[in-house]
Every structure is written in structure tokens, then in C-alpha cells.
Design a protein around this ligand. Structure first.
Ligand SMILES: Cc1ncc(COP(=O)(O)O)c(C=O)c1O
Length: 364
């Protein structure tokens, strides 16, 4: 089976983890501090705060900004549930705005009409590794006095124009889950240039402590371990190489998919560096599930990112959400992610293309 995602862990990661295990510092310690410094320097922000996951990074970012009960947060419904849930965790209401058809990202043209007196922040997601249209989103945020938290969980190393994703808003959150472009097993990171927000996030990450056993605010245990940071330090050095391979794999698919009908390759905006966390095609005419089953029978793994808009998830329905975003609904029924990870061999790339050609003759 060619898996749709595969973490690439080498001997270096194993050696670094062993060193941590032998050091005695296995919770948050010097390796976490080192990883934060290296990550901040990679993204080009003044601060980076490591967390236990991308979800906890999002959660404490909103809290650090003082967002809570009665506030609204504008975001995309076409994402992993954590993007919407982080607003719920802090007692705020996520307001879902439809996506741009081409990029699958939050459509800036629809944000303004969703702004109310209660709106405090925008959470754009850089879906599949492609930056949201951050110039327009920043302009709207500035004009309406809103904060921006980038959900960069899928976009390590991605760029918008000449700037790194993760440095384009007030705060940004990354995930290091094993399927991501780099991993720490579980883990997350907040990046920001704002010293006060960074400080708030650090305090919230560790029980709200400003001094030993002095709990100034209601905080959490959302810390990263030195074991995870040791993996992250090695993976960060490999990230650009991993991303380059993903981009080459994506280019190979797009070149070969041109002649295949029924399957629409992903659009890459000329304004971005897309790092292809996912290579996601659209499959037309209700044939997505047939194509998926066919590929799976041929031992090619696939993913659907995401089959259900966040507002249609049971928890949101129970809260009374009656949002409908037509382009999100359509995308949810058409998208199919193919394997694009850096460890794909030439033979595997060829097999995927040949299988798609065969499927196209069969289904379209
Ligand atoms: C867009 C998006 N946001 C948030 C998250 C949450 O990250 P984690 O799984 O590390 O909690 C993910 C990861 O799955 C994601 O893809």
C-alpha cells in the first residue's frame, strides 16, 4: 500500500531522543527552549512558544488575546475541526465564511459582511500548505480593528509573496502531528512578534504560573516535552528538503494530470510558495468515492480533507448552526488527496499516474 501520509524519522531523530532520555530532562527543558529559538528564527518572528499540539496552540492563542464569551471569530468551515473548536474552547462563537473555489482558502471578499460588533479576530487557515490571501485579510483586519491568528498547522515553510507563513498575523499556530510536513510526534508551536501575547501564551501553557506555585490566571498543562523537541530540532533542519520533494512530486502529478479528464489538479496562486501538505484534486460528477475506492483497491492510499464542513459536525448542529457555505459544500463532496509525501519513489509516482489514467478511462 502506498500510504497517503508517512512520517520520515531517521537515525538522527532516534539518536537525539536517546540523548534526551539519558539526560534526565524528559519534560519541558533545554531542548524545548532550543527548538523555540530555532523555529522563531526559521519563521522570522521574535517569539515562538512550543505546545503539546496544534490544537492547544490555537486554544491558548485566542486566550492570550483575551478572546472569550460573547466574542465572534471569523474562520473557514473547510478545515480540520480544531480550527472552529478553538473559538468554542474559549467561549467565543466561530462564524464560518465560505472559501475561494480555486484555493480552498477563506474568501476575503466574504469576510466583511460577516463582521459584527462582536467580531474580535479572523482565523485564516493555510489549507493543504497554500497560504490564504493574507494581504486582503490583513487589510480587512486593520480597517476593522481585528486580530489575526493564522492556522498554519499545514503550512510549515510556506510563503505569501516574500514572507513566511507564521509571520503574517498577530499570532500563528503550527501542528507537528506525524502526517504534517515536519513532526515531533504530537506537538505544536505559536509564533508571534508581539512580546505581550507571547508572554500571555507562555503563562497559559503552564498552569497560569508567573512564579513557582503562583497561579495568576487559569492556565493549562499544554507543554511540549524535550523528547518531542529533540525530534523537532532534527526535522526542522530537514524541512526545506522535505518541502522541495513535496513540490517536485506535486509538479509531476500536475504535469501528468493535464491530459486526464474528470480530475482537476490543484491551483497554485502565483502569490505563494505552496508546500503541498496535501495534493488535493477535485473529482467531478459525484465520482469521487468511486475513484477513491478504485485507488484503494490498487493499493494507493487517499484522504478526504474534509468530507464535512465544520458547521455540519454534530456538535455544531446541536448548538443550532444553520450556516450553509455552497462552495465549501461542493468542495467537501469533490476533494480527494493523493500521496505526495517526500518518501514516494519514482515507481510509486508513476504507478499513481498510470492508475489515475486507467480510472479516468473507466469513470469519466
Ligand atoms: C488546519 C488544522 N488546524 C489545526 C490542527 C490541529 O493540530 P493538532 O492535530 O496538532 O492538534 C490541524 C491538524 O490536524 C489542522 O490540520
Amino acid at each position: 500500500m502506498i500510504p497517503v501520509a508517512k512520517p520520515l524519522i531517521g537515525e538522527e531523530e532516534i539518536e537525539e531522543v536517546e540523548k534526551v532520555l539519558r539526560s534526565g530532562f524528559i519534560a519541558q527543558g533545554p531542548r524545548v527552549a532550543e527548538f523555540e529559538e530555532a523555529f522563531a528564527s526559521y519563521i522570522g518572528t521574535e517569539h515562538a512558544i512550543a505546545t503539546s499540539s496544534g490544537t492547544t496552540a490555537l486554544h491558548i492563542s485566542l486566550l492570550a488575546m483575551g478572546i472569550g464569551k460573547g466574542d465572534e471569530v471569523i474562520t473557514t468551515p473547510f478545515s480540520f475541526a480544531a480550527t472552529g473548536n478553538c473559538a468554542l474552547y474559549v467561549g467565543a462563537r466561530p462564524i464560518f465564511v465560505d472559501i475561494d473555489r480555486a484555493t480552498f482558502n477563506l474568501d476575503p471578499n466574504q469576510i466583511e459582511q460577516a463582521i459584527t460588533k462582536k467580531t474580535k479576530a479572523i482565523v485564516p487557515v493555510h489549507l493543504y500548505g497554500q497560504s490564504a490571501k493574507m494581504d486582503s485579510i490583513r487589510k480587512i483586519a486593520e480597517e476593522n480593528d481585528l486580530l489575526i491568528v493564522e492556522d498554519a498547522a499545514q503550512a510549515h515553510g510556506a510563503m505569501f509573496q516574500d514572507k513566511m507563513v507564521g509571520s503574517l498575523g498577530d499570532m500563528a499556530c503550527f501542528s507537528f502531528y506525524p502526517t504534517k510536513n515536519m513532526t515531533t510526534s504530537e506537538g505544536g508551536m505559536i509564533t508571534t512578534n508581539n512580546a505581550e501575547l507571547a508572554d500571555n501564551a507562555r503563562v497559559l501553557r503552564a498552569h497560569g504560573e508567573r512564579g513557582r506555585y503562583q497561579h495568576s490566571v487559569l492556565g493549562y498543562n499544554f507543554r511540549m516535552t524535550d523528547i518531542a523537541a529533540a525530534i523537532g530540532l532534527v526535522q526542522l533542519k530537514k524541512l526545506d528538503g522535505f518541502n522541495q520533494k513535496r513540490i517536485e512530486n506535486a509538479e509531476y502529478f500536475t504535469e501528468h494530470l493535464k491530459g486526464i479528464c474528470g480530475i482537476e489538479p490543484p491551483f497554485v496562486s502565483p502569490e505563494v510558495k505552496h508546500v503541498f501538505h496535501q495534493y488535493t484534486v477535485r473529482v467531478e460528477d459525484g465520482k469521487r468515492n468511486d475513484l477513491m475506492n478504485y485507488l484503494n483497491q490498487e493499493d494507493i492510499g487517499t484522504g478526504i480533507h474534509y468530507p464535512i464542513p465544520i458547521y455540519r459536525q454534530e456538535i455544531y448542529q446541536k448548538m443550532g448552526y444553520n450556516t450553509t457555505c455552497p462552495l465549501t459544500e461542493k468542495a467537501a463532496s469533490e476533494v480527494l488527496s493523493l500521496p505526495v509525501h517526500p518518501s514516494l519513489s519514482v515507481e510509486e509516482l508513476e504507478k499513481i499516474v498510470i492508475t489515475l489514467e486507467g480510472a479516468s478511462d473507466k469513470f469519466f
